[in-house]
Design a protein around this ligand. Structure first.
Ligand code: KG4
Ligand code: ZN
Length: 344
């Protein structure tokens, strides 16, 4: 695919991997022409977490209008596009299938190439929108509701996992503890706000390390420690301070993330660091990394808050690089609930 980088390539990107139905049009991987996100959070809140069956149904209901709006906001029609991109993995399988089948239908009807995009790769690419000059190689901490990875981004479509969680993801344990404290779903952002008001030394927390890998994480013990504090207090009829527990717990989780990330940067010689995924919106993570990277003379890149959570623009950003590297799927493309970021 020669000289593709020299002309304007406009890609319609569709995202339906979890509880947001999203579509965007992105030009040359960096310029967002439209970005439409319809969230299902209010409905899932009733159940304290995402109900996969409901997520799939809501995607089916919303996707047509979301894609239409993305096109009209960009003042474009389908024949003016260069490709259709879609998140195909990883995520909730029923939810992914809605986006994948919709994109396949559009690709078949228009003859436009179909570009499959890995969800975590797209989270990383959210940084290309915010930081126009950012180019690989760099080291990225990708932290979401389902994943916690340290990834060496060697090139736009070449990645290597340096470290990952051995059990729960960072977002997942934030949500679980927040829910037990009594905060509505998704708890991560609410716990983050409460933590800003609390004393982070009020409740001692463990600092779990994975014996055979300094770059891997383990959050389930930390989660259990926080849940035990709440349950023990309830049994004794005592109150737990939501602010202090949030602050103590947040400090412990973010401490593990920053320690391993900075160690990996040091050991592998990366001077350019990037964060991505829903948890990259965390106030303490951003503050700590800003401070530590400045002290160590490292460059830190962060996505704008509106691109931290799931959205179509980040899919369009990564899709551009997949497209120019020739990653085009046939109509036999299938969704996958799990897939390594290395395989893309
Ligand atoms: O990337 P994302 O939107 O969806 C997945 O791919 O999983 O990440 C969602 C996760 C949720 O667990 C949510 O609670 C967490 O990101 N999150 C946060 C914050 N904002 C969102 N966690 C901690 N602090 C935040 N400010
Ligand atoms: Zn995500």
């Amino acid at each position: 695919m020669q000289n593709e980088t020299e002309r304007s390539i406009k890609i319609l990107a569709i995202e339906s991997s979890c509880d947001e139905t999203a579509a965007a049009v992105v030009e040359n991987g960096r310029n967002v022409l439209s970005n439409v996100v319809v969230s299902q959070i209010d409905e899932h809140k009733l159940y304290g977490g995402v109900v996969p069956e409901i997520a799939s149904r809501r995607h089916v209901e919303a996707i047509n209008a979301v894609v239409d709006k993305a096109l009209s906001d960009a003042s474009l029609t389908l024949p003016q596009l260069d490709a259709i991109a879609v998140t195909y993995a990883p995520g909730l399988i029923g939810a992914l299938l809605v986006g994948v089948n919709f994109a396949k239908g559009l690709s078949y009807a228009t003859g436009l190439p179909l570009v499959p995009v890995h969800h975590l790769r797209s989270h990383i690419a959210s940084n290309y929108i915010t930081n126009k000059d950012l180019k690989p190689p760099f080291l990225c901490l990708v932290v979401s509701g389902g994943h916690s990875h340290i990834v060496a981004v060697e090139d736009y479509t070449k990645m290597k996992i340096i470290g990952k969680t051995r059990d729960d993801a960072a977002g997942e344990v934030f949500d679980k503890v927040a829910r037990t404290i009594g905060m509505p779903y998704p708890g991560g952002v609410n716990l983050d706000k409460k933590a800003e008001l609390g004393n982070d030394s009020a409740y001692p927390m463990p600092h779990p390390r994975v014996a055979d890998s300094p770059y891997d994480f383990s959050f389930s013990g930390l989660k259990t420690a926080a849940l035990n504090i709440i349950n023990n207090a309830h049994m004794k009829g005592e109150d737990v301070s939501p602010e202090d527990l949030s602050a103590s717990y947040r400090k412990a989780v973010i401490g593990c993330l920053t320690e391993n990330f900075l160690k990996a940067a040091d050991d592998f010689g990366y001077k350019k660091l990037v964060i991505a995924g829903g948890v990259s919106a965390n106030t303490l993570l951003r503050r700590e990394l800003d401070k530590k990277c400045a002290e160590k003379g490292l460059e830190l890149f962060k996505p704008e808050l509106k691109y931290c959570g799931d959205n179509g623009a980040m899919v369009g950003a990564q899709a551009y690089y997949e497209f120019i590297s020739g990653n085009i799927a046939g109509l036999s493309l299938n969704a996958a609930a799990t897939k390594s970021i290395e395989q893309g």
